[in-house]
Design a binder for this molecule. Sequence first.
Ligand SMILES: C/C(=C\COP(=O)(O)OP(=O)(O)O)CCC[C@H](C)CCC[C@H](C)CCCC(C)C
Length: 424
Amino acid sequence: MASILSVCTTTAAAMNAVVMNASRRSSSLFSSSSSSSSSSSSMRSSSFPGTSLKTSFKSSSKSIKMEQKRRRRHDSGLIVTNMAAGDKVDDLNIKASETNVSETKLGGDVRQILGFKGASTEDVPVWKIHIQLTKPGTWVPLIWGVMCGAAASGHYEWNLDNIGKALLCMTMSGPFLTGYTQTINDWYDREIDAINEPYRPIPSGAISETAVKAQIAVLLLGGLACGWQLDQWCEHDFPVIFLLTVFGSWVSYIYSAPPLKLKAEGWKGCYALGSSYIALPWWAGMATFGQLTPDVMVLTVLYSIAGLGIAIVNDFKSIEGDRALGLQSLPVAFGVEKAKWITVGTIDATQLFVAFYLRGIGEDFYSNVLFCLIAPQIFAQFKFFLPDPIKNDVKYQAAAQPFLVFGLLATGLAWGHHVNMLAA
Ligand SMILES: C/C(=C\COP(=O)(O)OP(=O)(O)O)CCC[C@H](C)CCC[C@H](C)CCCC(C)C
């Protein structure tokens, strides 16, 4: 376990650095987006070369024209930076797009390949576009979740067989299923992205409709095949990992696609994302190396409430846009004052519950570790988030999230220790 911890420590440091730049929500569970400054010259114009794309974006054409008009105004220095009370949705969206443009070529290239906002808009080879669509930056939390699950199994040992299984499980969760989730999300968001982020691969026409659909199919089938293969490799009588992949793909679909489109349902979408990102990879890692039991399933689903809180932190900066679009995010539904306390309440109460629970099952050491990891999060809440959740959301996420992420790992290690104690 000590060696798992050391590998995880290095990975977590890298992870936090990487995901700090990831896009809103898709990686908000472990990060927060940091917007880059605007530079209209590097924006790609919102034209749609493919005929079918043209048809599907017909409804957005008015907004696109407005965007082009706005850019002309921007170029001539006429843009007004502060939002007026009477701004229309299109105007709000246009303002959002201003913050997402690359500052430097190198930064833009890195963002491009990781699938972050502010990606380079210069001509890129199609294989890079395929990778960009999968948003590699967002694989990291899922890969971390698999590690936590492996630790929680109590049976992970460093040998070639286990390393192979772990790599397959991480590949299934990251590149395949998160890649599938992100691609399908971009597909169903193509009309709104044509307004907000017209330089993204689909609305910019950088990739064809057929190629996107093929990518969705390949990633989904690849993820399901990995799950099936893992069950065979682990000699499971019941195809638990395969069923997890089916469930995860279904949640991914209803998150982005109509008629359910959970992402438009405010906090429900946040919880779907938070719970899937925390619980599912954990379960997959645990089932790969040990036994997935109902008690740990309940514990991780509860832990996901903290994930919900973190996802909500990112909703404070978009209150006006969400309200204009009719999205019932928590800050929209309850107002900033109430929502900020609900947010910290969910994050803290969940982790404190888990810390007390670990104490209850005799895992005092890990319980103390978890308390020590919760304390700086509460400090960051009082220092940054509670005084001004709109201005300080990014600062708060940067200060607090590493501690939450390590709390997850501490809980996994505690569970693994507990499993071994019971077996002894
Ligand atoms: C697509 C996702 C987030 C994007 O959110 P949003 O559209 O608001 O942000 P952008 O505009 O910046 O794109 C993530 C959705 C996650 C989904 C609900 C569930 C994921 C399931 C896992 C990938 C499945 C893993 C299963 C496995 C480990 C067995």
